[in-house]
Design a protein around this ligand. Structure first.
Ligand SMILES: [Mg+2]
Length: 390
């Protein structure tokens, strides 16, 4: 196991309210909440409103009773999903391994990033938190640890705008003084039952005998003890809707140090992947470039377009910048890969964009057909010219 905290849990603060405040900044700092007025419930409350006793889900009527000066904001359709996608897209600029758990919460696995120290990880994740605020005006809390369980508890340790790093080996010490209810699956009922048995904090489990734990938790006792110690080995799973990605990689027979040549290879990879994306009737938004130095050390960089596309051209200009971002050590490379993610169905967007691109798309379809018939080389992009052979 790695000695670095590589698993990040991201949790947006008061997400629906934050989305509304991003377009109504004048309401920042006020007691406000998103919810339906007529027989509605509160779906998100500002921290100022929470301090006044408003929680979610709470009937709006009751919320207005406990907090009479509550500013009630109606749901705006469309903006929450959009902000959510934009937030996770920014996460994918840090690592391609992003698990979107819900609209405002998810996990990142920094394994592919090649970070060397915990300080480097902290700096990069802090920069992501800042970027989400700067670009989207969404405040977020982050927990960083060696596994999902501890990172998810850490992100909630300080909210809003929390940032908590638990170094590998410090899991048990971090969890010990926390309430037993931080353990996943310990709900209100179990908490009551455990408190009756004298177990209020996570650390209270450690002084119990195996017999006592079996009486309390039945066959799940050892799993409970594992969680209390902060042990977890569930992998970060790239979310289902996002699971489909298109990628290609090439391992070189000998290491290549020439930037222009690597750039040409990466552009050729775009040309290889995009016909498959068109054939599947998909569009993609995010491109990630991975480079590998001899000795398996990887580094990645990714970027998203503002709109998904199934054309090569919008991605060409990103290649150089992504390579410069990923290929930071001026050492020859063993491998390069290109991956497209954030896959969308064609026709899910009726953007004007599609109209202006229609001619290019038809041309691309013709080229795809020609290439299918083995006529590769009839029409080529500049970077497809034969590679210099040494
Ligand atoms: Mg949240």
């Amino acid at each position: 196991m790695s000695g670095l905290p590589l698993i990040v849990h991201l949790d947006a603060d008061a997400f629906f309210v934050s989305c509304e405040l991003s377009v109504r900044p004048d309401l920042r700092g006020t007691k406000c909440a998103v919810g339906g007025r007529e027989r509605g419930i509160i779906s998100s409350a500002s921290y100022e409103a929470r301090a006044c006793g408003v929680y979610t889900p709470m009937p709006t009527k009751l919320a207005l009773k406990v907090c009479p000066d509550l500013i009630l904001l109606p749901h705006t359709s469309g903006i929450y999903g959009k902000k959510s996608r934009e937030m996770f897209d920014l996460c994918e600029s840090l690592t391609p391994l992003v698990q979107r758990n819900s609209i405002d919460e998810g996990y990142l696995d920094l394994g592919p990033c090649g970070f060397k120290t915990a300080a480097e990880i902290e700096n990069r994740v802090r920069a992501l938190q800042q970027r989400i605020w700067d670009e989207l005006q969404i405040p977020t809390s982050f927990g960083i640890a060696a596994n999902k369980l501890v990172s998810a508890i850490a992100s909630k340790a300080r909210k809003p705008r929390g940032f908590t790093v638990i170094l590998p080996g410090e899991e048990a010490a971090f969890l010990a003084p926390l309430k037993i209810s931080v353990i996943p699956g310990v709900g209100t009922k179990s908490t009551e039952r455990l408190e009756k048995a004298g177990i209020r904090l996570v650390s209270d489990l450690f002084v119990r005998t195996e017999r006592e734990l079996k009486d309390l938790f039945g066959s799940g006792w050892s799993e409970m003890l594992r969680m209390a110690r902060g042990e977890d080995d569930r992998p970060v799973e790239v979310s289902h809707e996002d699971a489909k990605s298109y990628s290609v990689q090439e391992t070189f027979g000998h290491d290549i140090g020439d930037f222009a040549e690597i750039e040409r290879i990466a552009k050729r990879m775009i040309d290889e992947l995009m016909p498959a994306i068109r054939a599947d009737g998909k569009r993609v938004k995010t491109m990630t470039v991975k480079v590998r130095y001899p000795g398996m050390e990887n580094s990645t960089a990714g970027r998203s377009l503002t709109e998904a596309t199934d054309l090569e051209a919008p991605f060409y200009p990103l290649v150089g910048a992504l390579l410069r971002a990923a290929w930071t050590k001026r050492r020859p490379l063993r491998l390069v890969s290109v991956r497209f993610s954030n896959v969308e169905e064609q026709g899910t967007q009726l953007e004007m964009f599609a109209q202006t691109d229609e001619r290019k798309r038809r041309l691309a379809a013709v080229l795809d057909k020609l290439n299918d018939r083995g006529k590769k080389g009839l029409v080529q992009h500049g970077h497809q010219l034969p590679k210099r052979r040494e």
